[in-house]
Structure formats: C-alpha cells, structure tokens
Design a protein around this ligand. Structure first.
Ligand SMILES: *[C@@H]1O[C@H](CO)[C@@H](O)[C@H](O)[C@H]1NC(C)=O
Ligand SMILES: *[C@@H]1O[C@H](CO)[C@@H](O)[C@H](O)[C@H]1NC(C)=O
Ligand SMILES: *[C@@H]1O[C@H](CO)[C@@H](O)[C@H](O)[C@H]1NC(C)=O
Length: 649
C-alpha cells in the first residue's frame, strides 16, 4: 500500500512540476512576478500580498486578488489605467474603506469579507458602469453611506450587503437595482420611503434582522411592482405582512418568525404567488378563506406551527380536500387538542373539530348546500340538522360508518420495542388496502413543536421498523388507510397506539445517534459495507491530495487556492462561484415514503398521493440547521435573479 501511495505521489509531483513551468514558457507578455497571467485573467490571489502588484498587463479583464492582505493604501493609482477590466475579486482582504483608483469600466466588484465601513460618492462615481456590488461581511452601517453615494451608478442591478451593521435600508439606492440582499444585519425599521423608488426590484432578502410588525410600515413593499421574491425569514414578525405587491410576487418566505396572526387580507391579490412558507412560526389557526386569492399556489409550507384543530380550522380541512393535485401543502398537523394531536388536519372527521359551541355557524354553512325550503329561515334549527355530520359528501355508502361505536377496527396495530432507538410495528388490516399512511410522534414536553414523521407503506406490507427514535421515550404511532381497492373505506379516522422505546441501560448506546435519516433495515443490509469501502477510498484520495498540496505549497503557489481549501480553511471561492444551495425542504421525503401508487379507484381523492406534512425527526429542525450551515459555510452567488427554485436561506 505504501509503495503504491508513493508512486502515485511521484506521478502527481511530476504533474505539479509540469504545470508549474507551463505559464512561464507560454506567456510572453509582461506579468507581475508574483502573479500568473492568462489571457486577460490575472491570478494574484492567495499570496499574502499587502498591495496590488504593479505591471498588470493592459489586456487584463479579470483580476483575482482575493485572500490577501491588501489595504486601501495598497491600491496603486495606475490601476485606473486598466480600461478593460470588468471583474475584480478583492474579497477577504484588509480594506477599511471603499477602494478608490478602481478601473473605470468595472462591472462586477467583489469586496466581501473586508472591514469596509464607509461608502462615498467619490469612490463610487469613479466606477459608474458598476452592475454588481458584493459587500457582504463588512462593517457598513446606514449612516456610513454618504448621501447620494450611488447617484452615478445608473447600471447597478445587484447590491449585496449581507452581514453588515445596517439598522435600516440605506437611502438613495439606485432605481435600477433588481436584487437587494440585506440579510443578517440589524434592521429593525424600514420606512415607507426607503423602498418606494425601487420599482425594478425583483428579489429582496431581509432574513435574520430585527424586524417586527411595528418596524415595518404598512405599505413599505407596496410600490415594488416588479418584486418576485420577498424573504423575511428569521425576524420577529408576529403577524404576516399586508399590502404586498401582487403583480409579480411569486415567492414569499416568512419562516422562523413569531407569527401567530394572519390578517384575513394578508395574501389578497397575490395571484402569481406559487410558493409561500410560514413554517416555524406560532400559528394555531388561520382565518377562513385567507388563501382564496392564491390562484397559482403550488407550494404551501406550514410546518412546525402549533396548529389547534378546533372549530376555527375546520374550513382548512374542507379547503385541503378541494385542492387540485398539483398543490403541495405541508405541515398542517394538529398539535392540539390532545385527542387529535399528531393527526393530519386533512384526515380529521368533521366531528373531531368540536364545533359544538359554534354549532349555529357551521350549521348555517352546511345548510347552504341543502334546499332552503326544507328548513325555516330563522329560529331554532331542528336538532337533527346540527347532528348531520356529512352533508358535504352525502355518499350513501358512507353510512356504513358507525362513528359512535366502531363495530370492528379496520387496522389493528401491534408494537414491539426492539431497542432504545427502534420500535417494530406490525399491523393487520380487515380489508385489502393499496396503501397506508404511517405516522409517529414523540409524546412529551413541548406541545408546540412536536415532530411528526410520516411515511406511506404499501398495502402488501404488514410491518415496519421505526428507527432513530429517542431512547426511553413515549411515542404515538398512527395509521390511516389511504385507499382500498373497490371497497369504500368505512372509517378514515386514524388508528393510533402508544408505546415507548426501551430504556438506555438495557442496550449499548450507539455512538452515532443518527436522527436525520431513517433506514429501511430490511433492504439496506449491504449498505454499511459499501460505505466502509467508499470511505476508505475517499480517505486515500484525501491523503493524496494533501500530499500534493503540501508539495505544491512548498514549491510555489500555483495551486494555493486548492490547497487552501483542503487545509480546512473556509472555502473562499464560494464567493466567486455560482454556488446555490439545495432546497432542503425536499430532502425530507424519505425514499420509502415516495412510492407512487397507481390510482385505480375513482372514489379516492387524488390528493391522497401528495405526501404532505413530513416533519423532520425528533429534535431536528431543518430550517435552523440550514441557517447555521449557511453562516459557517457562506456561499455567494454572482447573481441570483435568473435562478428561481433554489432557496437561498
Ligand atoms: C418591471 O419589469 C419589466 C420587465 O420585466 C419592465 O419592463 C418594467 O419597466 C418594470 N417595471 C417598472 C415599474 O420598472
Ligand atoms: C405564541 O402565541 C401566543 C398567543 O397566540 C402567545 O401567548 C405566545 O407567547 C406565543 N409564543 C411565542 C413563542 O411567540
Ligand atoms: C399563474 O402563473 C402562470 C405562469 O406564471 C401565469 O401565466 C398565469 O397567468 C398565472 N395565473 C393567474 C391566475 O394569475
């Protein structure tokens, strides 16, 4: 093994030497000795430079100067003469002020991770053709931006000021701006005037600020007629914002606030909206008809809210049942009252909503479907009317259901605690079924954020192993039939059973408590071996790369960018790359739960096959996770507008 490694190392060494010499023999044009110049691309990055070297060739178009220690004094005035330069990468340097002497025609300027505090008209007016300005991770505050600093920048489309010290949106931003990112600042107020003129704005990101409903004027966003995406994740809103511009808004992100109130008109006129996310809030109910204007909605995410499935929410069930197949709604799982905790709102029987107190209201709604002549228009309603449970679907076959005392159970569940983290579920069904929805929930302390996990099992199975559970904890396991072939369901109420994982001391605790994934142990017995082999191969590859890097590092800095990466430093080049992150919300679908089952029975509502409400397993919070990830591994895109379906936060 060692000799093989050694010979591979030698081969790599030779390749390294060859590459090292290549530029010297090819390029005849002048090039600063510390840099590498390659037809217009000037590589002076990762060299511990304190100033930009002189002698950069005139045909330069792109200057890579990132990851140095260049300060403001280190920018020579002759840099101005490079009239072909369009892109400058100066991120992760030691700039305290916005640089001057930049080439006049620069279009793209990357200044992330410096310590820039002031932005002045003097410096910006020297680069009037600027289109993209990346200033994330600096120390810009609202007062340190000179009044009218941007007034000559009439081509600026994109301004990124994430992770600075802004307390409000700077005044006088150019009208031309299409994308504005101000996430992770300290913005607590936005005045109605500050955004008024930005009518070309398409994407506005305000995540991770201190915005509450008082700080947010009622009409701040109203003028943004071209806005397609608005993100207010991780703020302190207690109510959904109102007066949003409906002409173009397609995505609205409101996760991780404290929203417990949605005004009935919050989403009025948002006819283009197709993605709305209000996950991780404090919502217990929704006003009736709040989604009525959302003609184009296809993704509605409402996970991790303390839904109270009382009478106020009954309309949601009816609405869910009326939705077309393409609409994907997630997270409408009851957290209260206790008797329906863990159940999907969509699956609840009308009686479970406890509409007794408001009996009159619901009765009146029901009777609109019934010919008026049958009942007096006023006065006391006959008792029989209020009791009639299922006028919406007057299906005679449903009379088979005996809600008061079920004659026999459709599903009988058996549980067996296998270990501290696993529970074996098996079941018997009284009727043949095509599929069943299986969900489980850890019972206990936090009623607001229970984590329900669910999956769909095909009807031919009769057992399932729940894994990655928490030791010594009570769980509620529920099953509900999704359809039966040729036979009507007698009852759609979930069948539930409570059980507990085994106590810790009985078993050796496993070292990795993998809560993120749940495997199908019956299928994946070959997986660990594959993983071990894969891991070993990867280790060898990493060792080789480290050797090569070490060698090259010693012998010059040609590969230093790559080496920096494997040395474990933050991957700086994320700033330069168009690295969009994956949409985590999709990852929640487990492989086993995503079997598509042919629809053979017309009576079955098709939406049953849209898997909704898949919560992350216990204790996990996907949103929080993705955020902490984004702050430790910051990734920046050159331009965000064209891409549409990647979540950025
Ligand atoms: C909105 O965008 C369109 C192009 O998508 C543009 O023609 C129009 O001028 C913009 N509206 C405003 C008010 O700037
Ligand atoms: C959630 O909303 C309720 C009122 O509906 C409020 O009493 C409670 O403090 C809120 N919780 C959080 C965490 O904001
Ligand atoms: C829905 O979106 C499509 C495509 O963006 C658009 O053509 C259509 O007009 C929208 N529907 C409504 C009702 O606005």
């Amino acid at each position: 093994m060692i000799s093989v490694t050694w010979s591979i190392f030698l081969v790599w060494t030779k390749i390294g030497l060859l590459l090292d010499m290549a530029p010297c023999s090819v390029s005849a044009k002048p090039c600063p000795s510390v840099c590498r110049c390659d037809v217009g691309f000037i590589y002076c990055n990762d060299r511990d430079l304190t100033s930009i070297p002189t002698g950069i060739p005139e045909d330069a178009t792109t200057l890579f100067l990132q990851n140095n220690q260049i300060n403001n004094a280190g920018i020579p005035s002759e840099l101005k003469n490079l009239l072909r330069v369009e892109r400058i990468y100066l991120y992760h340097n030691s700039l305290d002020e916005f640089p001057t002497n930049l080439p006049k025609y620069v279009k793209e300027l990357h200044l992330q991770e410096n310590n820039i505090r002031t932005i002045t008209y003097d410096s910006l007016s020297q680069i009037p053709y600027l289109e993209e300005l990346h200033l994330d991770d600096n120390s810009v505050s609202a007062v340190s931006i000179e009044d009218g600093a941007f007034r000559d920048n009439v081509y600026l489309r994109l301004l990124f000021l994430s992770r600075n010290h802004l307390s409000t949106i700077p005044w006088g931003l150019p009208k031309t701006i299409e994308e504005l990112r101000l996430d992770d600042n300290r913005i607590s107020t936005i005045s109605e005037l500050s955004l008024q003129d930005l009518t070309n704005l398409k994407r506005l990101v305000l995540d991770g600020n201190l915005l509450n409903n008082h700080g947010l004027g009622d009409k701040v966003f109203m003028n943004l007629v071209n806005l397609t995406e608005l993100s207010l994740v991780r703020n302190s809103l207690t109510a959904a914002p109102v007066n949003l511009p409906g002409t173009n808004l397609r995505k609205l992100y409101l996760q991780e606030n404290h929203i417990n109130h949605v005004p009935p008109n919050a989403f009025s006129y948002l006819r283009q909206l197709y993605r709305l996310d209000m996950s991780n809030n404090n919502l217990s109910n929704l006003p009736q008809g709040v989604f009525d204007d959302l003609d184009n909605i296809t993704q509605l995410f409402l996970r991790n809210n303390p839904w109270h499935c009382g009478c106020k929410m009954k309309w949601v069930r009816d609405w869910l049942q009326s939705l077309p197949l393409k609409v994907n709604v997630r997270g409408l799982m009851c957290q209260a009252p206790e008797k329906v905790r863990g159940m999907a709102i969509k699956d609840l029987n009308a009686e479970l909503f406890d509409c007794k107190d408001d009996g009159m209201i619901s009765t009146i709604q029901i009777t609109t479907a019934v010919p008026n002549t049958l009942y007096p228009a006023q006065g006391h309603w006959p008792v029989s009317v209020t009791k009639q449970p299922d006028i919406k679907t007057p299906n005679l076959n449903k009379n088979y259901r005996t809600t008061a005392s079920p004659v026999r159970k459709i599903i009988t569940i058996f549980v067996k605690s296998v270990s501290t983290e696993t529970i074996h579920i098996s079941w018997k069904v009284a009727l043949p079924m095509t599929a069943l929805r299986l969900s489980w929930l850890k019972m206990g302390h936090s009623p607001a954020f229970g984590s329900i996990t669910e999956t769909i099992v095909t009807g031919d199975r009769n057992d399932y192993l729940l894994t990655a559970l928490e030791p010594e904890s009570p769980y509620r396991v529920c099953m509900v039939p999704m359809e039966t072939s040729n036979i009507y369901l007698s009852d759609e109420t979930p069948e539930c059973i409570e059980t507990e994982t085994a106590p810790l001391k009985m078993y050796n605790p496993t070292t990795t408590l993998n809560r993120e994934q749940e495997k199908e142990p019956y299928k994946n017995s070959s997986l660990p071996l594959a993983a071990i082999i894969g891991g070993a191969v990867a280790l060898v590859a990493i060792a080789l790369l480290a050797l090569v890097c070490w060698y090259v590092h010693r012998n010059g800095s040609l590969f230093s960018r790559n080496c920096a990466y494997s040395k474990g430093r933050r991957r700086k080049d994320d700033y330069a790359e168009a690295g969009t992150k994956k949409d985590n919300s999709i990852l929640e679908i487990r492989e086993t739960s995503f079997q598509m089952i042919p629809i053979t029975n017309d009576q079955v509502s098709k939406e049953e096959f849209v898997i909704h409400t898949i919560f992350p397993p216990n204790g996990m919070n996907l949103y929080k996770n993705s955020h902490s990830e984004s702050s430790s591994n910051r990734s920046y895109r050159d331009s965000g507008i064209p891409d549409s379906d990647h979540s950025h936060s």
